[in-house]
Design a protein around this ligand. Structure first.
Ligand code: ATP
Length: 469
Protein backbone atom coordinates (compact mmCIF):
# COMPACT_ATOMS: atom_id res chain seq x y z
CA UNK A 1 0.00 0.00 0.00
CA UNK A 2 2.84 2.37 0.82
CA UNK A 3 4.16 1.94 -2.69
CA UNK A 4 0.82 2.75 -4.29
CA UNK A 5 0.20 5.49 -1.83
CA UNK A 6 3.28 7.38 -2.90
CA UNK A 7 1.39 8.73 -5.88
CA UNK A 8 -1.47 10.13 -3.93
CA UNK A 9 -0.02 11.39 -0.73
CA UNK A 10 1.14 14.90 -0.30
CA UNK A 11 2.12 16.63 2.92
CA UNK A 12 -0.78 18.58 4.37
CA UNK A 13 0.87 21.89 3.61
CA UNK A 14 1.54 21.17 -0.06
CA UNK A 15 0.39 24.27 -1.91
CA UNK A 16 -2.06 23.91 -4.73
CA UNK A 17 -0.12 23.64 -7.97
CA UNK A 18 0.20 26.61 -10.25
CA UNK A 19 -2.67 26.66 -12.62
CA UNK A 20 -2.62 28.40 -15.94
CA UNK A 21 -5.88 30.25 -16.12
CA UNK A 22 -9.15 30.56 -14.44
CA UNK A 23 -12.82 30.91 -14.41
CA UNK A 24 -15.61 30.66 -12.10
CA UNK A 25 -18.25 33.03 -11.12
CA UNK A 26 -21.30 32.31 -13.17
CA UNK A 27 -23.85 34.98 -13.88
CA UNK A 28 -27.06 33.49 -12.60
CA UNK A 29 -29.61 36.21 -12.89
CA UNK A 30 -30.89 36.83 -16.31
CA UNK A 31 -29.06 33.86 -17.79
CA UNK A 32 -30.94 32.75 -20.83
CA UNK A 33 -32.91 29.59 -20.67
CA UNK A 34 -31.13 28.21 -23.63
CA UNK A 35 -28.42 25.65 -23.83
CA UNK A 36 -26.04 28.29 -24.98
CA UNK A 37 -25.41 30.64 -22.16
CA UNK A 38 -23.25 33.65 -22.64
CA UNK A 39 -20.62 33.57 -19.97
CA UNK A 40 -18.75 36.50 -18.57
CA UNK A 41 -16.19 34.64 -16.55
CA UNK A 42 -13.17 36.41 -15.37
CA UNK A 43 -9.94 34.83 -16.29
CA UNK A 44 -6.58 35.45 -14.72
CA UNK A 45 -4.37 34.29 -17.53
CA UNK A 46 -5.57 35.37 -20.93
CA UNK A 47 -6.87 32.72 -23.27
CA UNK A 48 -4.69 34.30 -25.91
CA UNK A 49 -1.60 33.57 -23.75
CA UNK A 50 -2.61 29.93 -23.53
CA UNK A 51 -3.21 29.81 -27.25
CA UNK A 52 0.33 31.07 -27.81
CA UNK A 53 1.85 28.46 -25.48
CA UNK A 54 3.17 25.57 -27.55
CA UNK A 55 2.69 23.18 -24.64
CA UNK A 56 -1.03 23.95 -24.37
CA UNK A 57 -3.65 21.85 -26.20
CA UNK A 58 -5.24 25.19 -27.08
CA UNK A 59 -2.15 26.29 -29.02
CA UNK A 60 -2.36 27.04 -32.72
CA UNK A 61 -0.40 28.97 -35.29
CA UNK A 62 -3.22 29.83 -37.63
CA UNK A 63 -6.59 31.53 -37.54
CA UNK A 64 -9.95 30.07 -38.54
CA UNK A 65 -9.79 32.24 -41.68
CA UNK A 66 -6.78 30.31 -42.89
CA UNK A 67 -8.70 27.04 -42.77
CA UNK A 68 -10.67 28.02 -45.85
CA UNK A 69 -14.14 27.50 -44.40
CA UNK A 70 -17.18 28.99 -46.15
CA UNK A 71 -18.08 32.53 -45.04
CA UNK A 72 -21.36 31.50 -43.40
CA UNK A 73 -19.45 29.10 -41.15
CA UNK A 74 -16.80 31.67 -40.29
CA UNK A 75 -19.57 34.09 -39.37
CA UNK A 76 -20.93 31.43 -37.01
CA UNK A 77 -17.51 31.12 -35.35
CA UNK A 78 -17.35 34.87 -34.97
CA UNK A 79 -20.77 34.87 -33.33
CA UNK A 80 -19.47 32.22 -30.91
CA UNK A 81 -16.54 34.54 -30.16
CA UNK A 82 -14.05 31.83 -31.17
CA UNK A 83 -10.94 33.81 -32.04
CA UNK A 84 -8.38 31.12 -32.73
CA UNK A 85 -8.62 27.37 -33.22
CA UNK A 86 -7.30 24.97 -30.60
CA UNK A 87 -4.64 22.41 -31.50
CA UNK A 88 -7.14 19.68 -32.37
CA UNK A 89 -9.15 22.11 -34.50
CA UNK A 90 -6.12 23.42 -36.32
CA UNK A 91 -4.52 20.04 -36.97
CA UNK A 92 -7.54 17.81 -37.56
CA UNK A 93 -9.64 20.14 -39.70
CA UNK A 94 -7.43 20.23 -42.81
CA UNK A 95 -7.22 16.43 -42.71
CA UNK A 96 -10.96 16.02 -42.33
CA UNK A 97 -11.85 18.62 -44.94
CA UNK A 98 -9.55 17.28 -47.66
CA UNK A 99 -11.05 15.70 -50.77
CA UNK A 100 -11.53 12.87 -51.40
CA UNK A 101 -12.71 12.53 -47.79
CA UNK A 102 -10.56 10.58 -45.36
CA UNK A 103 -11.61 8.84 -42.16
CA UNK A 104 -10.27 10.28 -38.91
CA UNK A 105 -9.55 9.03 -35.40
CA UNK A 106 -8.90 12.05 -33.20
CA UNK A 107 -7.95 12.27 -29.56
CA UNK A 108 -7.67 15.47 -27.57
CA UNK A 109 -8.00 16.35 -23.88
CA UNK A 110 -11.40 17.12 -22.37
CA UNK A 111 -12.70 20.61 -23.03
CA UNK A 112 -10.34 21.41 -25.91
CA UNK A 113 -12.94 21.91 -28.64
CA UNK A 114 -13.40 18.54 -30.29
CA UNK A 115 -17.08 19.29 -30.88
CA UNK A 116 -16.40 22.33 -33.03
CA UNK A 117 -13.74 20.36 -34.93
CA UNK A 118 -16.24 17.77 -36.14
CA UNK A 119 -19.14 20.19 -36.41
CA UNK A 120 -17.13 22.40 -38.79
CA UNK A 121 -16.41 19.37 -40.94
CA UNK A 122 -20.07 18.36 -40.98
CA UNK A 123 -21.22 21.87 -41.89
CA UNK A 124 -18.64 22.09 -44.67
CA UNK A 125 -19.94 18.89 -46.23
CA UNK A 126 -23.68 19.57 -46.12
CA UNK A 127 -25.39 20.62 -49.35
CA UNK A 128 -27.77 23.34 -48.16
CA UNK A 129 -29.87 23.11 -51.29
CA UNK A 130 -31.27 19.84 -49.86
CA UNK A 131 -32.21 20.91 -46.33
CA UNK A 132 -34.51 17.98 -45.52
CA UNK A 133 -32.24 15.29 -46.93
CA UNK A 134 -30.13 13.72 -44.15
CA UNK A 135 -26.46 14.15 -45.07
CA UNK A 136 -24.63 13.85 -41.77
CA UNK A 137 -25.23 11.60 -38.77
CA UNK A 138 -23.62 12.31 -35.40
CA UNK A 139 -23.86 9.72 -32.63
CA UNK A 140 -23.35 10.31 -28.91
CA UNK A 141 -23.83 8.08 -25.85
CA UNK A 142 -26.46 10.13 -23.99
CA UNK A 143 -29.51 12.21 -24.87
CA UNK A 144 -27.93 15.16 -23.05
CA UNK A 145 -24.80 15.04 -25.16
CA UNK A 146 -26.80 14.59 -28.37
CA UNK A 147 -28.87 17.68 -27.52
CA UNK A 148 -25.75 19.65 -26.68
CA UNK A 149 -24.09 18.75 -29.98
CA UNK A 150 -27.31 19.64 -31.80
CA UNK A 151 -27.11 23.11 -30.22
CA UNK A 152 -23.49 23.52 -31.28
CA UNK A 153 -24.35 22.57 -34.89
CA UNK A 154 -27.23 25.04 -34.84
CA UNK A 155 -25.17 27.82 -33.32
CA UNK A 156 -22.08 27.52 -35.52
CA UNK A 157 -24.44 26.91 -38.45
CA UNK A 158 -26.77 29.82 -37.66
CA UNK A 159 -25.82 31.64 -40.89
CA UNK A 160 -26.01 28.51 -43.07
CA UNK A 161 -29.30 29.23 -44.75
CA UNK A 162 -31.57 26.23 -44.99
CA UNK A 163 -29.71 24.11 -42.45
CA UNK A 164 -32.02 21.88 -40.42
CA UNK A 165 -30.70 19.94 -37.44
CA UNK A 166 -32.69 17.32 -35.56
CA UNK A 167 -32.01 15.27 -32.45
CA UNK A 168 -32.76 11.57 -32.85
CA UNK A 169 -33.35 10.89 -29.17
CA UNK A 170 -36.33 9.21 -27.53
CA UNK A 171 -39.52 11.20 -28.04
CA UNK A 172 -38.01 13.87 -30.32
CA UNK A 173 -38.98 12.83 -33.86
CA UNK A 174 -42.65 12.52 -34.79
CA UNK A 175 -43.68 9.13 -36.19
CA UNK A 176 -45.75 10.77 -38.95
CA UNK A 177 -42.94 12.86 -40.40
CA UNK A 178 -39.80 10.89 -39.67
CA UNK A 179 -36.41 12.54 -40.10
CA UNK A 180 -36.57 15.69 -42.23
CA UNK A 181 -33.25 17.41 -41.66
CA UNK A 182 -29.81 17.83 -43.18
CA UNK A 183 -27.96 16.95 -39.96
CA UNK A 184 -29.09 14.33 -37.45
CA UNK A 185 -27.58 14.06 -33.95
CA UNK A 186 -28.73 11.07 -31.98
CA UNK A 187 -28.23 8.15 -29.67
CA UNK A 188 -27.63 4.76 -31.36
CA UNK A 189 -30.78 2.98 -30.10
CA UNK A 190 -33.16 5.65 -31.38
CA UNK A 191 -31.29 5.94 -34.68
CA UNK A 192 -31.61 2.18 -35.24
CA UNK A 193 -35.34 2.33 -34.47
CA UNK A 194 -35.85 5.18 -36.95
CA UNK A 195 -33.96 3.33 -39.67
CA UNK A 196 -35.86 0.09 -38.99
CA UNK A 197 -39.19 1.91 -39.22
CA UNK A 198 -38.04 3.48 -42.50
CA UNK A 199 -38.38 6.95 -41.02
CA UNK A 200 -34.79 7.89 -41.67
CA UNK A 201 -33.39 7.83 -45.22
CA UNK A 202 -29.68 7.16 -44.78
CA UNK A 203 -28.90 6.71 -48.47
CA UNK A 204 -27.39 10.20 -48.93
CA UNK A 205 -25.36 10.37 -45.72
CA UNK A 206 -21.84 11.65 -46.36
CA UNK A 207 -20.40 11.89 -42.86
CA UNK A 208 -20.74 9.72 -39.75
CA UNK A 209 -19.34 11.21 -36.53
CA UNK A 210 -19.04 9.15 -33.38
CA UNK A 211 -18.33 11.27 -30.33
CA UNK A 212 -16.96 9.58 -27.20
CA UNK A 213 -15.93 6.90 -29.66
CA UNK A 214 -14.08 4.64 -27.23
CA UNK A 215 -17.23 4.38 -25.15
CA UNK A 216 -19.48 4.04 -28.18
CA UNK A 217 -17.41 1.28 -29.81
CA UNK A 218 -16.87 -0.70 -26.62
CA UNK A 219 -18.19 -4.17 -27.31
CA UNK A 220 -19.39 -4.54 -23.70
CA UNK A 221 -21.67 -1.57 -24.30
CA UNK A 222 -22.82 0.37 -27.35
CA UNK A 223 -20.35 -1.17 -29.81
CA UNK A 224 -22.80 -3.59 -31.31
CA UNK A 225 -25.41 -0.89 -31.94
CA UNK A 226 -22.85 1.37 -33.62
CA UNK A 227 -21.69 -1.48 -35.83
CA UNK A 228 -25.30 -2.17 -36.82
CA UNK A 229 -25.84 1.47 -37.73
CA UNK A 230 -22.65 1.56 -39.78
CA UNK A 231 -23.56 -1.61 -41.68
CA UNK A 232 -26.69 0.11 -43.04
CA UNK A 233 -24.94 3.32 -44.16
CA UNK A 234 -23.42 4.04 -47.58
CA UNK A 235 -20.05 2.28 -47.89
CA UNK A 236 -18.27 5.46 -48.97
CA UNK A 237 -19.27 7.46 -45.90
CA UNK A 238 -16.54 9.50 -44.16
CA UNK A 239 -16.14 8.27 -40.59
CA UNK A 240 -14.85 10.57 -37.83
CA UNK A 241 -14.17 9.13 -34.37
CA UNK A 242 -13.49 11.51 -31.47
CA UNK A 243 -12.68 11.10 -27.79
CA UNK A 244 -10.35 12.24 -25.03
CA UNK A 245 -9.54 8.59 -24.30
CA UNK A 246 -8.80 5.64 -26.58
CA UNK A 247 -7.70 2.61 -24.56
CA UNK A 248 -5.61 0.19 -26.63
CA UNK A 249 -8.26 -2.53 -26.88
CA UNK A 250 -10.85 -0.12 -28.28
CA UNK A 251 -8.33 1.59 -30.55
CA UNK A 252 -7.78 -1.69 -32.37
CA UNK A 253 -11.51 -1.92 -33.06
CA UNK A 254 -11.71 1.79 -33.94
CA UNK A 255 -9.08 1.25 -36.64
CA UNK A 256 -11.24 -1.46 -38.19
CA UNK A 257 -14.38 0.63 -37.83
CA UNK A 258 -12.76 3.61 -39.58
CA UNK A 259 -10.34 2.00 -42.06
CA UNK A 260 -7.24 3.89 -43.22
CA UNK A 261 -8.05 6.76 -40.91
CA UNK A 262 -5.75 9.69 -40.30
CA UNK A 263 -4.96 9.63 -36.62
CA UNK A 264 -4.21 12.19 -33.91
CA UNK A 265 -3.28 10.46 -30.69
CA UNK A 266 -2.11 11.64 -27.28
CA UNK A 267 0.54 10.06 -25.11
CA UNK A 268 -0.54 8.74 -21.74
CA UNK A 269 1.15 11.59 -19.86
CA UNK A 270 -0.57 14.22 -22.03
CA UNK A 271 -4.11 13.14 -21.19
CA UNK A 272 -4.75 15.24 -18.10
CA UNK A 273 -5.75 18.89 -18.28
CA UNK A 274 -3.30 21.19 -16.47
CA UNK A 275 -5.97 23.60 -15.29
CA UNK A 276 -7.67 20.97 -13.16
CA UNK A 277 -6.20 20.65 -9.66
CA UNK A 278 -6.77 17.06 -8.70
CA UNK A 279 -7.29 16.52 -4.97
CA UNK A 280 -8.51 13.72 -2.73
CA UNK A 281 -10.11 13.44 0.65
CA UNK A 282 -9.20 10.53 2.89
CA UNK A 283 -12.47 9.97 4.76
CA UNK A 284 -12.43 7.96 8.02
CA UNK A 285 -15.25 5.67 6.87
CA UNK A 286 -18.09 5.45 4.38
CA UNK A 287 -20.63 7.06 6.67
CA UNK A 288 -18.52 10.16 7.12
CA UNK A 289 -18.24 10.71 3.38
CA UNK A 290 -21.69 12.22 3.51
CA UNK A 291 -20.89 14.56 6.40
CA UNK A 292 -17.72 15.70 4.64
CA UNK A 293 -19.70 16.32 1.45
CA UNK A 294 -22.09 18.54 3.38
CA UNK A 295 -19.17 20.47 4.90
CA UNK A 296 -17.82 21.03 1.39
CA UNK A 297 -21.16 22.29 0.23
CA UNK A 298 -20.41 25.98 0.88
CA UNK A 299 -17.37 25.76 -1.37
CA UNK A 300 -19.29 23.91 -4.02
CA UNK A 301 -21.73 26.75 -4.48
CA UNK A 302 -18.95 29.22 -5.33
CA UNK A 303 -19.14 28.06 -8.91
CA UNK A 304 -21.25 25.17 -10.11
CA UNK A 305 -20.31 21.65 -9.19
CA UNK A 306 -21.02 18.07 -10.16
CA UNK A 307 -21.06 15.16 -7.71
CA UNK A 308 -20.54 11.77 -9.34
CA UNK A 309 -21.89 8.69 -7.57
CA UNK A 310 -21.97 5.03 -8.57
CA UNK A 311 -25.68 4.29 -8.65
CA UNK A 312 -29.00 6.01 -9.24
CA UNK A 313 -30.04 4.94 -5.76
CA UNK A 314 -27.14 6.68 -4.09
CA UNK A 315 -27.78 9.80 -6.20
CA UNK A 316 -31.38 9.81 -4.96
CA UNK A 317 -30.31 9.11 -1.40
CA UNK A 318 -27.72 11.91 -1.30
CA UNK A 319 -30.24 14.28 -2.84
CA UNK A 320 -32.84 13.33 -0.23
CA UNK A 321 -30.44 13.79 2.68
CA UNK A 322 -28.94 17.04 1.39
CA UNK A 323 -32.40 18.50 0.81
CA UNK A 324 -33.48 17.38 4.28
CA UNK A 325 -30.44 19.28 5.58
CA UNK A 326 -31.70 22.38 3.77
CA UNK A 327 -29.42 22.34 0.69
CA UNK A 328 -30.63 22.99 -2.83
CA UNK A 329 -29.37 20.32 -5.19
CA UNK A 330 -30.46 18.62 -8.41
CA UNK A 331 -30.14 14.92 -9.19
CA UNK A 332 -30.14 13.64 -12.77
CA UNK A 333 -29.76 10.03 -13.86
CA UNK A 334 -31.19 7.43 -16.18
CA UNK A 335 -34.23 6.71 -14.05
CA UNK A 336 -35.75 10.05 -14.99
CA UNK A 337 -37.86 10.33 -18.09
CA UNK A 338 -36.46 12.28 -21.07
CA UNK A 339 -38.19 15.65 -20.93
CA UNK A 340 -37.63 15.82 -17.20
CA UNK A 341 -33.92 15.14 -17.71
CA UNK A 342 -33.74 17.97 -20.23
CA UNK A 343 -35.36 20.41 -17.81
CA UNK A 344 -33.04 19.38 -14.96
CA UNK A 345 -29.91 19.86 -17.04
CA UNK A 346 -31.19 23.19 -18.41
CA UNK A 347 -31.61 24.37 -14.79
CA UNK A 348 -28.03 23.46 -14.09
CA UNK A 349 -26.68 25.05 -17.27
CA UNK A 350 -28.44 28.31 -16.56
CA UNK A 351 -27.10 28.44 -12.99
CA UNK A 352 -30.57 28.20 -11.42
CA UNK A 353 -29.29 25.06 -9.77
CA UNK A 354 -25.63 24.98 -8.79
CA UNK A 355 -25.06 21.45 -7.53
CA UNK A 356 -25.74 18.47 -9.76
CA UNK A 357 -25.66 14.91 -8.42
CA UNK A 358 -25.36 12.37 -11.19
CA UNK A 359 -24.05 9.01 -12.36
CA UNK A 360 -21.74 8.11 -15.22
CA UNK A 361 -24.57 9.04 -17.60
CA UNK A 362 -23.20 12.61 -17.53
CA UNK A 363 -19.51 11.72 -17.14
CA UNK A 364 -18.75 12.40 -20.78
CA UNK A 365 -18.95 15.40 -23.03
CA UNK A 366 -21.26 17.65 -21.06
CA UNK A 367 -19.96 21.20 -21.38
CA UNK A 368 -21.02 23.66 -18.68
CA UNK A 369 -18.22 26.15 -18.33
CA UNK A 370 -19.24 27.40 -14.87
CA UNK A 371 -18.41 24.03 -13.29
CA UNK A 372 -15.61 24.77 -10.82
CA UNK A 373 -15.61 21.57 -8.74
CA UNK A 374 -16.14 17.92 -9.61
CA UNK A 375 -16.57 15.49 -6.72
CA UNK A 376 -15.95 11.80 -7.18
CA UNK A 377 -18.08 10.72 -4.25
CA UNK A 378 -17.45 7.15 -5.42
CA UNK A 379 -14.26 6.28 -7.29
CA UNK A 380 -15.28 5.05 -10.78
CA UNK A 381 -14.84 1.29 -11.13
CA UNK A 382 -15.41 -1.12 -14.00
CA UNK A 383 -15.31 -4.79 -14.91
CA UNK A 384 -17.01 -7.78 -13.30
CA UNK A 385 -17.92 -6.99 -9.71
CA UNK A 386 -16.63 -3.43 -10.17
CA UNK A 387 -13.17 -4.60 -9.22
CA UNK A 388 -11.02 -2.53 -11.57
CA UNK A 389 -10.46 1.24 -11.36
CA UNK A 390 -12.00 2.98 -14.36
CA UNK A 391 -9.25 5.40 -15.36
CA UNK A 392 -11.05 6.60 -18.50
CA UNK A 393 -14.25 7.48 -16.67
CA UNK A 394 -12.19 9.27 -14.00
CA UNK A 395 -10.65 11.48 -16.69
CA UNK A 396 -13.98 12.26 -18.35
CA UNK A 397 -15.65 13.00 -15.01
CA UNK A 398 -13.01 15.47 -13.83
CA UNK A 399 -13.02 16.96 -17.33
CA UNK A 400 -16.46 18.47 -16.62
CA UNK A 401 -14.44 21.32 -15.10
CA UNK A 402 -11.40 23.15 -16.50
CA UNK A 403 -13.03 23.68 -19.90
CA UNK A 404 -11.05 25.46 -22.61
CA UNK A 405 -8.39 27.06 -20.43
CA UNK A 406 -10.43 27.56 -17.28
CA UNK A 407 -9.33 26.20 -13.95
CA UNK A 408 -11.18 23.78 -11.74
CA UNK A 409 -10.82 21.39 -8.85
CA UNK A 410 -11.61 17.70 -8.61
CA UNK A 411 -11.96 16.02 -5.23
CA UNK A 412 -12.07 12.24 -5.07
CA UNK A 413 -13.34 10.60 -1.89
CA UNK A 414 -11.60 7.49 -0.61
CA UNK A 415 -12.52 5.73 2.62
CA UNK A 416 -11.22 2.16 2.59
CA UNK A 417 -8.37 0.13 1.15
CA UNK A 418 -10.25 -0.68 -2.07
CA UNK A 419 -11.13 2.91 -2.91
CA UNK A 420 -7.69 4.14 -1.84
CA UNK A 421 -5.90 1.57 -3.98
CA UNK A 422 -8.17 2.27 -6.93
CA UNK A 423 -7.44 5.99 -6.82
CA UNK A 424 -3.73 5.33 -6.37
CA UNK A 425 -3.80 3.15 -9.46
CA UNK A 426 -5.54 5.86 -11.47
CA UNK A 427 -2.96 8.42 -10.30
CA UNK A 428 -0.14 6.11 -11.34
CA UNK A 429 -1.77 5.47 -14.69
CA UNK A 430 -1.79 9.18 -15.54
CA UNK A 431 1.42 9.93 -13.65
CA UNK A 432 -0.25 12.60 -11.55
CA UNK A 433 0.32 13.71 -7.97
CA UNK A 434 -2.94 14.21 -6.16
CA UNK A 435 -3.21 16.83 -3.45
CA UNK A 436 -4.43 15.47 -0.13
CA UNK A 437 -7.20 17.26 1.73
CA UNK A 438 -7.48 16.66 5.46
CA UNK A 439 -11.05 16.18 6.74
CA UNK A 440 -9.82 17.12 10.24
CA UNK A 441 -8.31 20.41 9.25
CA UNK A 442 -11.11 22.21 7.59
CA UNK A 443 -9.42 25.61 7.45
CA UNK A 444 -6.52 24.28 5.38
CA UNK A 445 -8.83 22.18 3.20
CA UNK A 446 -11.02 25.13 2.43
CA UNK A 447 -8.04 27.31 1.65
CA UNK A 448 -6.55 24.79 -0.77
CA UNK A 449 -9.77 24.54 -2.74
CA UNK A 450 -10.52 28.24 -2.62
CA UNK A 451 -7.01 29.16 -3.69
CA UNK A 452 -7.72 27.47 -6.97
CA UNK A 453 -11.28 28.46 -7.64
CA UNK A 454 -10.88 32.03 -6.45
CA UNK A 455 -7.63 32.57 -8.31
CA UNK A 456 -9.88 33.19 -11.24
CA UNK A 457 -11.22 36.52 -10.26
CA UNK A 458 -8.56 38.79 -11.57
CA UNK A 459 -8.74 40.31 -15.00
CA UNK A 460 -11.89 40.21 -17.03
CA UNK A 461 -10.50 40.19 -20.51
CA UNK A 462 -11.92 36.99 -21.85
CA UNK A 463 -15.59 36.23 -22.27
CA UNK A 464 -15.49 32.86 -23.98
CA UNK A 465 -19.20 33.05 -24.62
CA UNK A 466 -20.81 30.24 -26.53
CA UNK A 467 -21.41 26.71 -25.50
CA UNK A 468 -21.60 26.57 -21.88
CA UNK A 469 -23.24 23.57 -23.31
N1 ATP B 1 -11.60 27.91 -30.78
C1 ATP B 1 -12.29 28.11 -29.67
N2 ATP B 1 -12.20 29.30 -29.03
C2 ATP B 1 -12.89 29.51 -27.87
N3 ATP B 1 -13.67 28.59 -27.26
C3 ATP B 1 -13.79 27.39 -27.87
C4 ATP B 1 -13.12 27.09 -29.10
N4 ATP B 1 -13.42 25.82 -29.45
C5 ATP B 1 -14.25 25.34 -28.49
N5 ATP B 1 -14.47 26.28 -27.53
C6 ATP B 1 -15.30 26.10 -26.33
O1 ATP B 1 -14.61 25.20 -25.48
C7 ATP B 1 -15.53 24.46 -24.70
C8 ATP B 1 -15.18 22.99 -24.74
O2 ATP B 1 -15.36 22.45 -26.04
P1 ATP B 1 -15.93 20.99 -26.31
O3 ATP B 1 -17.19 20.76 -25.53
O4 ATP B 1 -15.99 20.80 -27.76
O5 ATP B 1 -14.77 20.10 -25.67
P2 ATP B 1 -14.42 18.59 -25.96
O6 ATP B 1 -13.00 18.56 -26.43
O7 ATP B 1 -15.45 17.96 -26.83
O8 ATP B 1 -14.48 18.01 -24.49
P3 ATP B 1 -14.97 16.57 -23.94
O9 ATP B 1 -13.83 15.61 -24.16
O10 ATP B 1 -15.23 16.82 -22.50
O11 ATP B 1 -16.18 16.18 -24.71
C9 ATP B 1 -16.90 24.76 -25.27
O12 ATP B 1 -17.58 25.63 -24.39
C10 ATP B 1 -16.63 25.45 -26.59
O13 ATP B 1 -17.60 26.39 -26.92
Amino acid sequence: MADLASRITAPADTPAPEVPSAAVEAPVDGAEETNLVDNTYEVEVKLSDLQNDQESPLYSVSSFDELGLPKAINDGLLAMNFKKPSKIQEKALPLMLSDPPHNMIAQSQSGTGKTAAFVLTVLSRVDLSKPTQPQALLLAPSRELARQIQMVVQTIGQFCEGLIVEAAIPGAIARETGVKSSVVVGTPGTVIDLIKRRQFDVSQLKVLVIDEADNMLDMQGLGEQCSRVKSILPKTIQILLFSATFPANVMAFAEKFAPNANQMKLKQQELTVKGISQMYMDCPDEKQKYEILCKLYGLMTIGSSVIFVRTRDSAAEIQRRMEADGHKVTALHGAYEGANRDALLDDFRSGRSKVLITTNVLARGIDVSSVAIVINYDIPMKGPGDREPDAETYLHRIGRTGRFGRVGVSISFVYDRKSFNALAEIARFYNIDLIQLDPNDWDVTEKKVQDVIKSSRAKADYAPNATSG
